[in-house]
Ligand binder design. Structure first.
Ligand SMILES: [Zn+2]
Length: 518
């Protein structure tokens, strides 16, 4: 058994817990809990620290996160000079080797100017260089990398394009350049998974919904094998529900034929919904809008033909597998609603949903609520998107976009990071959900949609558990619930909002075992 005493437990008057067999057995006073244990049991004295249910991130990409942690990160670069320094420092000696770095975001750079082919050619003409934008929907390549991929002029595809002059490559066309990377082995995938788990546990995260099937590999088989093996061997330090991304109906059919569908798995690793990507990102002007972006002629790109989308979603539905759709622009949301309408039953029992819920019109919000769709939002996006929304999106859409409070009050919702798009920093996500004020630019978004601190915590705990269909065993500190817990160095429900950003995770517990401690 394990006892946790002298804790400031969220929403509880008692200050101690007894854990046995991964489960919270009792919640009582420290005095009473101490009476129950012997010298053989483990005792953790939190000395008044704040104890919460473990955080749940409802949408991330674990393998991409691990991969990103293993390559050069441009996340903290504030200018093109910073990017140049980061590249030069890590450029390989071997000229054949493709150099990949990820995480630039020109929104916060001087004049919003991002890297181009000319900028990269200046750094090297011999070594192929590729930089992936933070959103993961755009990359920039130097001449050498384009040459190796056989690109000598601009090309537009059905869903994606390559601009030879600037070296900017969008959406599906990125695959042509990224196929220069050699596909990771299972050993490498395991390494990425372990890097990701460490990073997530460090931020107090004990459960995730993760999308991994086609981000680093051509198909689902190797990632799925790795998750199943690591789960079987007891190596997972958090609960994972896989959001199964497939591009082609044929691949999905093979997966279903193998006996996989939503709900298959165990407490550690479970198959979740089908995940499809309908459009790009706002920062990259590739999110699909019904009206053009304010400072550009483009309306973004829909990645699916509606008939193809119907086919794959209907196929999943015949196996009781719901679909969640990445839809950032209102046009992509229209497409999702049109196709979902034919599959979703009353009250949405299977759990169809929308990932991101960013640019929305009032009529769409009404439909989402009426159909009771699951909404996976990311309050961390407010940091970069507050300025993007003001500069690029029509004024009439400002008040109905990122409507977190309205959605939280009226349908099933949960918060997340979309890591590696954002660092999976839950406390920053909570701060942004309650303030809706960018820490980069100070720009605020519609303040009517600010969550209360309790709602923000809920969006990362019990609401996440509800999304994972585990609301009776996760996301709360209650007797009979799994002992997935996080300890913070201060009480974020009583401190000024600014102090949430200074708060630190001091311990993370999964299944009653400490997986992170500082
Ligand atoms: Zn994502």
């Amino acid at each position: 058994m394990k006892a946790i005493i002298h804790a400031n437990i969220y929403k509880k008057d008692e200050d101690a817990l007894l854990i046995d067999d991964c489960i919270i057995q009792e919640i009582a006073s420290s005095e009473n809990i101490l009476k129950k244990i012997t010298n053989e049991d483990e005792l953790i004295d939190l000395k008044g620290a704040f104890l919460l249910p473990g955080f749940i991130d409802s949408h991330i990409h674990m393998l991409s996160l691990g991969y990103t942690l293993s390559i050069v990160s441009l996340k903290y670069c504030q200018s093109l000079d910073d990017i140049k320094k980061a590249i030069v420092e890590h450029l390989p000696k071997n000229k054949e080797e493709l150099f990949v770095a990820r995480g630039y975001n020109e929104v916060s750079y001087p004049y919003h100017k991002g890297p181009t082919k000319a900028f990269l050619d200046d750094i090297s003409k011999d070594i192929p260089i590729v930089l992936i934008r933070a959103c993961g929907h755009i990359l920039v390549a130097n001449t050498k990398a384009l040459e190796l991929a056989g690109i000598t002029e601009s090309v537009a595809y059905e869903n994606g394009r390559i601009d030879y002059e600037t070296g900017i490559v969008e959406e599906k066309a990125m695959d042509i350049i990224l196929s220069l990377r050699k596909e990771p082995t299972k050993m490498e995938l395991k390494h990425y998974l372990s890097l990701a788990m460490k990073e997530l546990n460090k931020h107090g995260i004990t459960s995730v919904c993760s999308d991994d099937f086609v981000s680093l590999t051509k198909d689902y088989t190797n990632p799925l094998d790795v998750f199943l093996q690591e789960s079987y061997q007891g190596n997972l330090t958090l609960h994972i529900e896989e959001q199964c991304e497939f591009n082609e109906a044929e691949d999905l059919a093979n997966f279903l034929d193998d006996g996989y569908t939503t709900g298959v798995g165990d407490d550690n690793f479970e198959i979740g919904p089908l995940k499809v990507i309908l459009d790009g990102s706002l920062g990259g002007y590739t999110a699909a809008l019904t009206k053009p972006y304010l400072n550009s002629e483009t309306k973004g790109t829909l990645l699916y033909d509606t008939e193809d989308l119907k086919e794959i979603i209907h196929l999943a539905n015949t196996y009781n597998m719901p679909t969640i759709a990445h839809a950032i622009g209102d046009k992509a949301v229209d497409q999702a609603l049109e196709v979902f309408k034919e599959e979703v039953l009353e009250n949405n029992p299977l759990g169809y949903g929308l990932v991101h819920t960013q640019i929305l019109r009032k009529d769409q919000i009404d439909k989402i609520i009426e159909m009771k769709l699951d909404c996976y939002f990311q309050s961390l996006f407010i940091d970069s998107d507050a300025s993007v929304l003001k500069e690029r999106i029509a004024p009439e859409l400002q008040d109905t976009s990122y409507p977190y409070k309205t959605l939280l009050e009226n349908t099933r919702c949960a918060n997340g990071s979309d890591a590696p798009v954002e660092i999976p920093d839950v406390l920053k996500g909570i701060y942004l959900a309650v303030t809706r004020k960018s820490t980069i630019t100070g720009i605020e978004m519609n303040q009517n949609e600010c969550l209360t601190i309790d709602e923000a915590i809920s969006s990362y705990t019990d609401r996440g558990a509800e999304m994972m269909s585990h609301s009776d065993s996760r996301g709360k500190i209650e007797v009979g619930y799994e002992a997935d817990l996080v300890v913070l160095d201060s009480d974020i429900t009583t401190c000024p909002f600014e102090d949430i950003l200074k708060t630190k995770v001091i311990m993370t517990i999964v299944h009653g075992e400490e997986v992170y401690g500082r």
